[in-house]
Design a binder for this molecule. Structure first.
Ligand SMILES: [Zn+2]
Length: 185
């Protein structure tokens, strides 16, 4: 039986808040304030990617894969490392908390095989490697973190949040048109 068994972490390559294209491509988008916006497609839409009704976030790997994206990094490339819209710490913390929440909800193991960046996915996939994506391979507030270390850094954070979530330390709450995590009292 099909299951959701992977999470792919992205940046949008746009501004610091989600546009219509982003909301169509990812299941959740996180803005620079750490606010989480649900996309048009539900994670369950990616159980079957034959019907055209799914989030197309990870070329060659969309089936069973939840797509989360932090908004920003327009115009970025790994050689120049410049963008008008770098990622904020608040934003990446929120992304990791969300990934932890969903990994727990769907029973996805937090390891490099099942929770990975788009960059890592393309590096492992011969078909994609040539035109491989650079999300998420650079964090402006952690400039010494190499492109091959970002995935492990994020997974460590996700594991930390997951242990908190398993113990009910965070609540995922809807506020208007977005969601936020709150530390439970
Ligand atoms: Zn991507």
């Amino acid at each position: 039986m099909a299951s959701l068994n992977k999470i792919c972490l992205h940046w949008t390559g746009g501004s610091n808040s989600p546009c219509a294209t982003d909301l169509n491509a990812y299941h959740y988008c996180v803005d620079k304030f750490g606010r989480i916006y649900a996309g048009i497609h539900k994670p369950e839409d990616n159980l079957n990617c034959q019907d055209g009704n799914y989030a197309q976030h990870c070329g060659g790997g969309n089936t069973g894969c939840i797509g989360l994206s932090v908004c920003g990094m327009a115009g970025f490339d790994l050689s120049k490392k410049q963008t008008k819209y770098p990622l904020s710490q608040k934003q990446l913390e929120s992304l990791c908390c969300l990934a932890a929440y969903l990994s727990f909800k769907y029973g996805i193991v937090v390891s490099g095989k099942s929770v990975f960046t788009h960059y890592e996915f393309d590096q492992k996939c011969p078909r994609q490697k040539r035109k491989g994506k650079s999300d998420i391979a650079y964090i402006h507030y952690l400039p010494n973190l190499s492109q091959n270390s970002v995935g492990n850094y994020l997974r460590q954070k996700i594991s930390w949040y997951r242990s908190k979530i398993e113990n009910n330390k965070y609540k995922f709450i809807k506020k208007g048109n977005y969601y936020e995590f709150f530390i439970s009292a």
